[in-house]
Design a protein around this ligand. Structure first.
Ligand SMILES: [Zn+2]
Ligand SMILES: [Zn+2]
Length: 370
């Protein structure tokens, strides 16, 4: 085996990623793992990171949605007795994925408030690790990745292809966490703003959760077609209806005259929040899920929240148990649709084309096959 591995590194905001070679730690510490990356998803978050919209210590090897083959488990562990996060046996050669973040389990949010996604020392592969610091290989856009002790590893079922998992990506786990924080009631009418990966995943989760009617707002047309395939009953094309008031009238008509029971924002543009506040009925729940990057301020009228008795909920990232749920959901009938959402594959050397594809919103999900 080669003693080096290549990886795509973000060295400067808004500049092309550079493919660099890193030394490979051939002996991993107890509890850690070395994984040969088989597929890595390019996520909208990678574009936000590339633009410098989130705090980041450069250089960083990007890639936080990853599948791979387990090649080495840290010494000191008894072969055959290793287990994945669910307690299933884990062996060298297994196909795996893992939760991108590790929470400390010790801090105010982890221990006292049961909110590990807000852990004070949470670190995510492909985001929070400076590539100049050994062991360097902490991102998915790479031939190899080194996983720290404490990583929630999941052995992938044989009937679940990499492509299905990455077609779902962190969008599905994000939507599952959001649904937990702002649960749907059975037969609720839902508006999903945005038909990017998070929007499609939210539609799928709402369908699974018993929504009676799902109204999706977004574009372009091929994404709205996907929204239908993922379970939207009504789609509203923002190109056809460019004014928020036009769209609100359609939502009112399609929701029996009062607006939706739940609105889920999956757009990422701040102005979508103002529109979303007006799409629910009085007493509706509004889940703001898409504002992962800091895209700036808007002015809004808080009177709307009081008058309409809205419940506004935020949700950040996900926990290992949400990834567990995502794997179950994919196995239970969603894997083909999510696998079909992957439309473009690029090699590591063409990583910048992959980033450009995601930034320009071409086709469906883009993946890198190192
Ligand atoms: Zn992501
Ligand atoms: Zn913590």
């Amino acid at each position: 085996m080669s003693e080096t591995a290549r990886a795509a590194v973000l060295e400067g905001f808004n500049q092309p990623l550079a493919v660099r070679t890193f030394p490979l730690a051939l002996h991993v510490e107890p509890g850690a793992a070395r994984v040969r990356v088989t597929m890595a998803g390019v996520c909208g978050t990678d574009v936000h990171l590339w633009r410098g919209e989130l705090p980041l210590s450069l250089p960083v090897i990007l890639g936080h949605e990853t599948t791979g083959i387990l090649e080495e488990l840290g010494s000191g562990l008894n072969p055959g007795l290793n287990k994945d996060w669910r307690g299933e046996p884990l062996e060298v050669g297994d196909r795996i994925t893992w939760a991108s973040s590790i929470a400390c389990g010790e801090c105010f949010y982890c221990r006292l408030k049961s909110q590990p996604t807000r852990c004070l020392s949470r670190k995510a592969y492909g985001i929070s690790y400076n590539a100049t610091e050994a062991p360097h290989l902490r991102g998915g856009f790479a031939e190899q990745i080194l996983l720290r002790p404490g990583t929630a590893i999941f052995r992938l079922p044989a009937d679940l292809p990499d492509q299905a998992l990455l077609g779902a990506g962190c969008a599905l786990t994000t939507a599952i966490h959001g649904m937990e924080r702002a649960p749907l009631a059975w037969r609720d009418i839902v508006v999903v703003q945005g038909v990017g990966p998070v929007g499609l995943a939210a539609i799928a989760v709402c369908r699974d959760a018993g929504a009676s009617r799902i109204i999706a707002i977004g574009g372009p047309r091929h994404r709205l077609q996907l929204a239908r395939e993922f379970g939207a009953d009504v789609v509203i094309d923002v190109a056809e209806f460019p004014l928020p008031e036009e769209r609100r009238q359609i939502v009112l008509k399609e929701s029996g005259g009062f607006g939706a029971d739940q609105v889920i924002e999956c757009v990422g543009k701040p102005e979508a929040v103002n529109e979303g506040l007006e799409l629910g009925r009085d007493g509706a729940q509004f889940l703001v899920l898409g504002q992962y990057g800091n895209a700036g301020n808007i002015s809004f009228n808080p009177h709307t929240v009081t008058r309409k008795q809205l419940r506004v909920v935020g949700s950040w990232g996900f926990e290992p148990r949400h990834l567990n749920r995502a794997i179950e959901m994919l196995q239970a009938g969603w894997k083909d649709r999510f696998a079909a959402a992957v439309t473009h594959r690029f090699s590591l050397d063409n990583v910048n084309e992959a980033m450009e594809h995601t930034r320009a919103w071409r086709g469906g999900k883009t993946v890198i096959v190192p």
